[in-house]
Structure formats: structure tokens, C-alpha cells
Design a protein around this ligand. Structure first.
Ligand code: HEC
Ligand code: HEC
Length: 208
């Protein structure tokens, strides 16, 4: 009897904690996608130009982290700098961003393709085993064997535009993107040559 009432009160506490967080407004998120994101990412997050990453089906937590980091909060410098995204994201509040993350995460990815059969073997080797002599770890260790990522921290890379993946690896290497926890991607990219970056990016784009 005591046990049962304890369980009941725990359920009530859990229930009320849940009730405090408003459900994400997915209809509003879809409208924002239609008016603000469509120009670059399309309504469903399946961008058609490699300048703009595909965000359909990406992990919700990763999307939210990026959106928050493109925006300046309380006058502080932005964590991830990008002129396009800075302008797009600044009117959104955190609750809007959460809803956008749920919305885009729930869309189905239309994957990009690998284009460089000549470097497939090299890309696959780096993905699966890293570059041992340079201390580059296997990408698969964090981004998963099939590139699906591991929520919450590790984004999916499978089916992303190879050009976008290359751009990000160069940005980590050059220190223009430094929002990776513990600088893990910066340390990796610093040790990679341009051909290695290209090979692994193309391989990742082709993963399913
Ligand atoms: C004018 C073009 C443009 C528009 C419109 C735009 N974006 Fe972006 N978005 C970009 C670019 C360019 C990047 C890549 C930035 C970089 O290279 O760091 C990006 C990156 C992102 C990322 C990070 C993806 C990743 O894999 O790290 C998210 C999330 C995102 N955009 C969400 C949105 C949302 C939500 C909207 C609408 C409110 C939006 N974007 C509107 C151009 C745009
Ligand atoms: C120890 C874990 C770890 C390993 C190993 C790792 N990554 Fe990452 N990677 C991350 C994390 C964490 C992020 C997200 C950073 C952030 O929060 O912005 C990331 C982000 C990325 C991005 C940006 C994705 C986007 O949508 O903008 C690319 C590209 C990338 N990694 C490529 C690679 C490649 C290629 C390898 C192998 C050579 C690799 N990573 C190995 C942890 C790892």
C-alpha cells in the first residue's frame, strides 16, 4: 500500500514536470520552414545545393545545438559564425528553435551521393580505421559505422553533400569553426591532408 502511493506520487511529479514544458509548436515550425528556411534548405530540409547542408533527419539535439550557436545571446559573440545563418536564426527564440529541430529531424533525408570512385578505398579506410600513423581516430567510432551519427552529440554524416563535409573539415582545420566539444574535430582535421579530407568526405556522402 505504501509502495503503491509512493509510486503514484512519483508519477504525479513526473507528470507535472512534463506539463511545464510546452509541446513544440510543429505547425509554427513548418510555417517558418516555408517562409525562412526554404530558400536554402528547402521546406523539408533536403537542400538541393551543396553550399547548404541537408538537415532532414539530422539528430534533434545536434540541430538545436547548431541553431543556438549561430545566434548571439545577451550580446555575447556567436559560437559558430556564419553570415547566412546568423541572419536567419537571430529572430528565433529557443522554443522556436526546439520546434524547428523536432520538425527537421522528423523529415526524411534524400541522400546525396558519392562521386569519386577512385578514392572510395582510401575514404573507407579512414572512416573505419582512421589514419593510425597520424593519430587520426576512425570516424565510425563517433559518427557510427553507417554514418548515422549517435545522438545526442555526434551528427549524422551519411548522405550529406561531400562539398559541405569538406568545407566543415577545412573550417575545423583552420579554426574558423570551433564549436566542437573539447575541440575534438579541430584536432582531427588538423592532422588531415586535403586529399584525405576529400576522400573521406566523398565516402561519407555515399554511406547509407
Ligand atoms: C540564405 C541561406 C540559408 C537560409 C535561408 C537558412 N540557412 Fe541554415 N545554413 C545555411 C548555410 C550556408 C549553412 C552552413 C553554415 C556553415 O558553413 O557553417 C547552414 C547551416 C544550418 C544548420 C547546421 C547544419 C549542420 O549540419 O551543422 C542548421 C541547423 C540550419 N542551417 C538551420 C536553418 C533553419 C532552421 C533555417 C530557417 C529558420 C535556415 N537554416 C535558413 C544557409 C541558410
Ligand atoms: C571522438 C569523436 C569524433 C570522431 C572520432 C570524429 N568526429 Fe566528427 N564530429 C564529432 C562531434 C562531437 C561533432 C559535432 C560538433 C558540434 O557540436 O558542432 C562532429 C562533427 C563533424 C562534422 C560536421 C558535421 C556538420 O553537419 O556540420 C564533420 C564533417 C565531421 N565531424 C567529420 C568527421 C570525420 C571525417 C571524421 C574521421 C576522420 C570524424 N568526424 C571523426 C566527433 C567526432
Amino acid at each position: 500500500m505504501i509502495k503503491r502511493s509512493l509510486l503514484l506520487s512519483l508519477l504525479l511529479v513526473a507528470g507535472s514536470a512534463h506539463a511545464q514544458e510546452p509541446a513544440p509548436d510543429l505547425e509554427k515550425a513548418r510555417q517558418t520552414a516555408e517562409t525562412n528556411c526554404v530558400a536554402c534548405h528547402m521546406v523539408d530540409g533536403n537542400s538541393e545545393l551543396p553550399d547548404y547542408p541537408k538537415i532532414a533527419g539530422q539528430s534533434e539535439d545536434y540541430l538545436l545545438k547548431q541553431m543556438k550557436e549561430f545566434k548571439s545571446w545577451d550580446g555575447k559573440p556567436v559560437v559558430r559564425e556564419n553570415a547566412f545563418m546568423g541572419a536567419m536564426i537571430s529572430p528565433l527564440e529557443e522554443a522556436d528553435m526546439k520546434a524547428m529541430a523536432v520538425y527537421f529531424s522528423g523529415q526524411t533525408l534524400k541522400p546525396a551521393a558519392a562521386k569519386q570512385p577512385d578514392t572510395f578505398a582510401e575514404g573507407q579506410k579512414i572512416w573505419r580505421a582512421g589514419i593510425v600513423k597520424k593519430g587520426v581516430p576512425a570516424c565510425a567510432a563517433c559518427h557510427g559505422p553507417a554514418g548515422k551519427g549517435m545522438p545526442a552529440q555526434y551528427p549524422a554524416l551519411a548522405g550529406q553533400f561531400p562539398e559541405y563535409l569538406e568545407t566543415q573539415l577545412r573550417a575545423f582545420r583552420d579554426g574558423t569553426r570551433k564549436n566542437d566539444p573539447a575541440a575534438v574535430m579541430q584536432a582531427i582535421a588538423l592532422r588531415m591532408t586535403e586529399p584525405e579530407i576529400k576522400a573521406v568526405s566523398d565516402y561519407a556522402a555515399g554511406l547509407r
